[in-house]
Each structure stands twice: as C-alpha cells, then as structure tokens.
Design a protein around this ligand. Structure first.
Ligand code: PHE
Length: 355
C-alpha cells in the first residue's frame, strides 16, 4: 500500500478515536453540536479526509472511500442517538424538578372571608329570593323627598326627629340631600320604577347620628316590600317567621308588638325568642333576661306611601318590613358590641366569640 493510503488509514483511525472521545464527553447538547461541526461539518475532520481521496490511485480509492462513507454514516447515527439520549435525560430532570403532585391536599383555607354583616346579608337575601323576592337597591346619598316626604313624613312631621339625620350642607332647593336614615326610600323608588305587583328586598347601608354599644353611625338594614291585591297581615307574619326560622336554623317564637311608623298602618315591631336562652335564663346577657330580642319594624304599607309610589291604593295594598342586619349578625354569631363590626380588630373575629 502506498504511503498516502497508509497515512489516510492512520488518520481515519485517529478521527474515529477522537470522535468516540468527543461523543462520550458531550454531556450537553451544545457540546454535541460542537462535535458534529468538528467531525462531519463542512470543514470537519472527516470531510477533509473525504476530500483527500483525490490523492489516491483509482484502485485504492473505492475501498477507502467506502470506509470513509461508512464512518460518516456511523458518526451521524451515533450523534443522533446521543442527542436523543441527552434530550431524554434533560426531560427526566425537568420532570423531576418541576413535578406537581396533584394528589396533595390543598393548603387550607385562603386568608380572608366575608364580613359577618355581609354573610348575614347574603343569607337573608337568599332566603327571601327563595320566597320569590327580587333585590332592589337605592342610593345611600338620598333626597329628603324619598327618605321622608314620600314616606308620609312631611317636613313638619314630628317622626322626622326619631331619626337623627346627617344632612348635606348647602343643598336647599326643593329638598335637601341626606344620608338615608333607613332603606325605606327604596320602597317608593321601586314602586315608581317597577309598579305593582311587587316583591322586593333592599339591603344596604344606612346612617344616623348615633354611637354607642348598640348603635353605630353607619349600619345596615334590609327592607322588604310586598305589593299585590288583597295582601293580608297573616302573609306578613308567615313571611317573617319563615325568614327568621330559616336564618337561625330552627323555628323561633315571634312576638308582634304594636308600634308606630308613619309609613305603615297598623305598625308593629317584631321580637324573636332569645336565640341564646329561649327565655330560660333570667341573667342572659343577650336578652337581658326578657327572653325576647327586637329585630325590626313592619306593618301594612300606608295608602299615602302606595300613592307616592304611583300605585292606586284602592286596588293594591301590601306590607313592608325593615330589619337591622347588624343586629341579626350579632345574634347569629354571638357578638356583643356592634362597633366591633366596624373597627379593625381582626383577632376578635378569628377567636369567634367575645374577646
Ligand atoms: N324604616 C323603619 C326604621 O328604620 C323600619 C320599618 C321598615 C318599619 C318598614 C316598617 C316598615 O325604623
């Protein structure tokens, strides 16, 4: 064999060994790519050997050429196999690292919950929706007209003094603006908007100049209104006892006491059986030993109010009630000071009962 062929054969051996080493040490796809360029690339070591075939005689060329071609095929296969190997290993590593065990239990309840007053609001609204009532809302900044006049309380009416009102300054013409003292103005607004028959509840914020353990200047009420033909007082009683029993989770005794509101006639105040002691504990701190809890006012809607709502009181009648939502929440969750609802003492609520 001539020396040129000899030397090419030697070089082939060398390239093969170098290739095997480079392949074995390529532990990343970048290194593997470098090896590919180095051996089988355009200017690669194997490629330059192929070019040197020209120096061989025509008898020697086929055998060496075949060997070189076989080597190139082998290299390409090995590079590809190694590439697949590296990619699989990389995938396995990622899978192990980023694995999420979907069978793990969740990390407990996220911090944060509805305010007890809003839980109460939602529960009561739900109960009333079950009885066929819809929700109607009205503005907190209300007009004297809806808050008082339409509710049978003209400006001279002494009952206006019952509700210590926040008035807005400097708005005099045609009635002042005020912070609504109750949700009752939504009665009239809804009658004007929807007409009769009507079944609505109107939850929301209300405001009075009051501040002590059982009164806050901002508090919540839920108004209820049913307008239809021949609505009887017993429907009112039935509705109210259904609502309170569903809310407290058991049938409760109700007591209706004669009362006075300018916008209902007759008017009543509702007491429910003490949710704490059912009247059995003369020292009960919730009912002060009376056995009864006052929760709201109600009555048959005054004809003057129905008329103010644009409905004929000779055809339609109905009832209305107004419940204190804060009071209901205090009773249900055993909270003794109303003002705790509106300060930032979170620990009180986390501990559940009186701190
Ligand atoms: N609006 C009355 C109040 O806030 C409650 C009430 C509503 C009474 C509806 C009768 C009918 O005191």
């Amino acid at each position: 064999m001539n020396p040129v062929a000899e030397s090419i054969k030697e070089q082939i051996k060398g390239v093969r060994t170098a290739f095997e080493e480079a392949l074995a040490s390529a532990s990343q796809t970048e290194a593997l790519e470098e090896a590919r360029v180095r051996f089988t690339g355009k200017k690669g070591e194997l490629t330059s050997l192929l070019r040197s075939l020209g120096k061989l005689s025509s008898e020697e060329r086929p055998a060496v050429g075949q060997e070189l071609n076989a080597l190139r095929d082998e290299m390409e296969q090995k590079l590809e196999a190694r590439k697949v190997q590296l990619r699989d290993a990389e995938n396995e590593r990622l899978e192990a690292e980023e694995r999420i065990d979907v069978t793990l239990p969740p990390r407990g309840r996220p911090a944060g919950a509805f305010h007890p007053v809003f839980q109460t609001l939602h529960e009561l609204v739900n109960i009333m929706q079950g009885l066929g009532y819809s929700v109607a809302l009205g503005p907190e900044k209300e007009e004297e007209h809806y808050n008082f006049d339409c509710l049978n309380m003209p400006s001279w009416h002494p009952a206006r003094d019952m509700q210590d009102t926040f008035y807005f300054p400097g708005e005099g013409q045609g009635g002042r603006s005020l912070l609504r003292t109750h949700t009752s103005p939504v009665q009239v607004r809804s009658m004007l908007k929807y007409g009769a028959p009507l079944r609505i509840v109107c939850p929301g914020k209300t405001y009075r100049r009051d501040n002590d353990p059982t009164h806050s200047p901002m508090f919540h009420q839920m108004e209820g209104l049913m307008i239809d033909k021949d609505v009887s007082f017993s429907v009112l009683k039935g509705t109210i006892s259904e609502m309170t029993s569903a809310f407290f989770g058991r049938p409760l005794k109700n007591r209706f006491r004669a009362s006075y509101f300018p916008f209902t006639e007759p008017s009543m105040e509702l007491d429910i059986e003490c949710v704490e002691c059912s009247g059995r504990n003369p020292h009960c701190r919730v009912c002060k030993g009376t056995g009864w809890l006052e929760v709201g006012g109600m009555g048959m809607v005054h004809p003057a109010v129905i008329r103010a709502g644009g409905i004929d009181p000779d055809v339609y009648n109905g009832f209305a009630f107004g419940f204190g939502l804060d009071r209901m929440a205090m009773l249900k969750y055993g909270i003794s000071d109303l003002r705790l609802f509106f300060d930032g003492n979170v620990s009180y609520f986390l501990s559940g009962r009186d701190a």
